[in-house]
Ligand binder design. Structure first.
Ligand code: GL7
Length: 833
């Protein structure tokens, strides 16, 4: 308020208030001005990168004008806000999305073309914002797009990593990691040097009596690190709402301490302190579905939770409401357990700083938080060692013990005769060292817990969190099946298909209400429409083929069946099953007569994905894929009938090229292991069919599009435990087709067999935990059915169109509305005035 221009002087301001370009000419004006002034370039010195930067700055102006208005509107209306806390936001590129969301891509295309630039080339200059590993981070990004589109007052809070997910290079068939320094000339962020929060670490807890004689606690000493806010505007599609993503960056706090060090001539040591502070937000941990328990990671988590909560509370306090109203104004969603410390931090602030009673504070806390679980994999469930937490966050550990004590007391009261339940549900695991189970903390501190697909949510209730269902009843646990934003994953990635759909449906309204796609079914038998549909798929395949040629040197036949598996490399996702299937196909082709070969449906098997740098088995899988590619792609016996491609450095912008170009894609995790999967939805929405197991959202995709339109195979989740058990007790027989594949590997067909022995022996000798052998026969026979189906072009097209028409359910907008209704209790803001 102190910083506002006096009422009587505002006319002068308003006269010059920034305006938005509305057409091609005005865009050109802003573009040229930015290139000349902001970038200090000229018409004699303007390359594609400068054209990109100028275009981005012109659109950024528009976004920030709407951002300002949105923030004012939301402050004025003062409704309940959503705060989405996520350690990962896998945003990808921003410019194309911004152009489409504000509806001015055509103006930009024409304007750029007036100056001799192709809009696609300009868009391709942008570096992906890759602050995430995979599905979990991309879901957060889809949330932001959807919440803005639906006019929810919502903020994302995350970390501003200096290094995003590493870039992957393939050298001699091996993955090599290269740092992703992405911040140089990133026009999309606004540093807010005035918005800082001091964050404390280490130190100790003092007990004292406050004025009223009550025992109180204060956390003292230790070290302070400063959090600085960087804001990223998030435009909605076809709406004025432009929300905020606030990312925190760490810096040494410029306090007395440094000053003294500098004065004492300890320059180097003062600089070292500075660097240590900056390390907190330096790098994204590159693990997907794996927790390593590193201290720096815990520091990141607390740093980000504490800064975000301080910010949220500061905003709440401006409204001068009573604390009891906090949950009516604030909904905080925990994206996995990574931000679970926010529960403890809010309780700490309420009792230690604001003087509330424990119970009153705890009621506020639990009403505020919701927790989304994304995985049942045991190695992904976060646990922090008690000694580590004791050292870094001594007061928080005390509060966790208190939360646990009150919780266990209530459990004991309800189940007086069940001794075991207390140790089973305790937040503290009685191991050596003791561990804090973050998922349990998140459940106990939230009013709703959700899984991300039906099967996954059921598994949570019947296995992982079964005791908590007994304690709290089933209502605390719910399902919200994931979705994807059709803006990026249809309209932006596949503009021609989007345009064709719009032409048939009469408008682009389906981008705001994806269920309208069902009207497409009426055109399934329309010959001309089918033809156009097929042409678009072919164009998209040609585009991918050009990318493959440019990056790998291999030519692929666009008439071949494009079979794609792109996602993080993980044993549970079973890229090994896929590559073994490819080897099987290769061996079969090699054994054929010329006559038999004529009947083979040509295939291109396309892989992409990163392995966590420390995940040796995943790296071995990448190595095998590349070695198989070396052999198969050069084999004259095979020719066009089979090609194997590994696309290096799979990321969001590559996904936008790949998803529209698949004929079939693979979602083949061991049943019961994949939370949801979201690329399955992206591929189907782009007219690709899928082969998959009964896992994650594949099950609901099947329900929506019908069994006729999907290729399902493999054992069911309910049988997995029994099969593993049998393997463990020696009841294991390698599938004979898989044995043939292994024999080829052992004959050094793909280079030194020793390179792959860990992979084959994990199946043959170590229990085949992921059931590769059990599912192999079903997998290869289902692929034969795929070949068969692909030969019937008309049938295939009908499946493709019908599937797209039935994908409305998987819109992120449906997801967002479900969270808003059943978890957040938040209404969209009226933006009509
Ligand atoms: C994941 C799941 O593995 C994935 O299936 C799901 O679609 C995604 C979003 O809900 O969350 N869980 C997880 O820990 N990671 C995921 O991608 C890293």
């Amino acid at each position: 308020v102190e910083a506002s221009i006096p009422e009587e002087l505002r006319e002068a301001w308003k006269k010059h208030s920034a305006t938005e370009f509305k057409n091609k000419d005005e865009f050109e004006r802003d573009l040229v001005r930015h290139i000349e002034t902001t970038l200090a370039r000229s018409m004699y010195n303007c390359d594609e990168l400068a054209a990109y930067s100028g275009t981005a700055l012109a659109f950024r102006d528009r976004l920030i004008i709407e951002w300002n208005k949105t923030q004012q509107r939301q402050t004025f209306k003062d409704q309940k806000r959503i705060y989405y806390l996520s350690l990962e936001f896998l945003m990808g590129r921003t410019l194309d999305n911004a152009m489409l969301n504000v509806g001015l891509k055509d103006a930009a295309r024409d304007g750029l073309s007036d100056l001799g630039f192709q809009i696609e080339d300009v868009i391709n200059q942008e570096h992906d914002a890759a602050l995430g590993n995979g599905g979990l981070g991309r879901l957060a990004a889809c949330f932001l797009d959807s919440m803005a589109t639906l006019n929810y007052p919502a903020w994302g809070y995350g970390l501003r990593y200096r290094y995003g997910i590493f870039k992957q290079e393939i050298v001699n068939g091996y993955q090599v990691e290269v740092p992703d320094y992405w911040l140089d000339n990133n026009p999309w962020e606004f540093p807010r040097h005035e918005i800082t929060v001091d964050i404390q670490f280490y130190g100790n807890v003092k007990k004292y009596q406050d004025e009223s004689g009550k025992i109180a606690h204060s956390w003292e000493d230790g070290e302070i690190v400063q959090a600085i806010a960087y804001d990223v505007p998030i435009p909605g599609y076809g709406t004025k709402t432009t929300n905020n993503l606030r990312l925190w960056s760490s810096k040494a706090s410029s306090g007395e301490f440094d000053f003294q060090k500098f004065n004492a001539g300890e320059y180097e040591s003062a600089v070292a302190d500075q660097q240590r502070a900056e390390t907190i937000s330096a790098v994204l941990y590159p693990n997907d579905n794996l927790e390593q328990g590193k201290e720096l990671r815990l520091k990141q988590q607390y740093f980000w939770c504490a800064a975000s909560l301080f910010d949220i509370i500061r905003r709440f306090k401006k409204t001068k409401r009573a604390w009891g109203e906090f949950p009516d104004q604030v909904a905080i969603q925990l994206n996995d357990t990574h931000p679970a410390l926010a529960i403890v931090e809010l309780q700490r602030i309420l009792i230690d700083k604001e003087g509330l009673e424990w119970d009153e504070a705890w009621t506020i806390v639990t009403k505020t938080f919701g927790y989304t679980n994304h995985t049942v994999l045991p190695e992904a469930l976060e646990k922090w060692s008690v000694p580590l937490m004791q050292n870094l966050l001594p007061r928080h550990l005390q509060i966790i013990y208190d939360i646990n004590m009150f919780f266990l007391q209530s459990v004991e009261k309800r189940f007086p005769n069940d001794r075991d339940i207390l140790s089973r549900v305790s937040i503290i695991e009685e191991s050596h060292p003791k561990m804090v189970r973050m998922a349990y903390l998140a459940i106990i501190g939230s009013h709703k817990v959700n899984g991300v697909a039906e099967l996954h949510s059921d598994l949570l209730k019947t296995t992982l969190f079964k005791d908590f269902v007994k304690i709290y009843g089933p209502d605390r646990f719910t399902n919200v099946t994931n979705g994807i934003t059709p803006r990026r994953w249809l309209h932006q990635a596949n503009p021609r298909l989007s345009a064709l759909i719009a032409e048939k449906l009469g408008s682009y309204d389906f981008l705001r209400d994806l269920t309208l796609l069902d009207k497409l079914e009426a055109f399934v038998d329309d010959k001309a429409f089918r033809e156009e549909w097929a042409v678009i798929k072919r164009e998209n395949k040609l585009r991918l083929a050009r990318h493959i040629k440019a990056t790998t040197g291999y030519d692929v036949n666009p008439n071949a069946l494009f079979d794609v598996q792109v996602k993080r490399i993980h044993e549970y996702k079973r890229q090994q099953l896929n590559i073994f299937g490819v080897i099987h196909r290769y061996l079969s082709i090699k054994a054929m007569s010329a006559e038999e070969k004529k009947k083979v449906v040509p295939r291109v098997s396309i892989f992409g994905g990163k392995a966590a740098p420390g995940y040796w088995m995943a790296k071995t899988i990448i190595h095998l894929i590349n070695k198989v590619a070396d052999v198969v792609n050069k084999d004259p016996d095979v020719g066009d009938l089979l090609k194997v491609i590994f696309i290096a450095d799979y990321n969001v912008s590559k996904a936008e090229i790949i998803c529209p170009a698949s004929d079939i894609s693979e979602h083949i995790s061991t049943a019961g292991t994949e939370g949801s999967g979201t690329s399955n939805m992206k591929f189907v929405l782009n007219g690709g069919l899928i082969i998959g197991t009964c896992d994650g959202a594949n099950i609901e995709i099947t329900r929506e599009i019908s069994e006729q339109n999907i290729f399902l195979f493999g054992n069911l989740a309910e049988d997995v435990e029994e099969l593993r058990h049998r393997h463990f007790y020696g009841d294991f027989k390698l599938d004979p087709h898989l044995e043939r594949v292994f024999n080829a590997i052992k004959d050094n067909m793909f280079g030194d067999k020793a390179d792959f022995s860990a992979l084959t022996s994990s199946i043959e000798d170590h229990g085949d935990y992921y059931l590769v052998s059990d599912d192999f026969n079903s997998y290869i026979t289902t692929h034969e059915m795929v070949d068969e189906a692909f030969q019937n072009k008309e049938e295939w097209l009908a499946k493709s169109i019908t599937s797209v028409a039935r994908m409305g359910f998987f819109s992120m907008d449906r997801v967002t509305n479900e969270y808003a209704d059943s978890i957040w209790n938040v209404e969209p803001l009226d933006v009509t005035d």
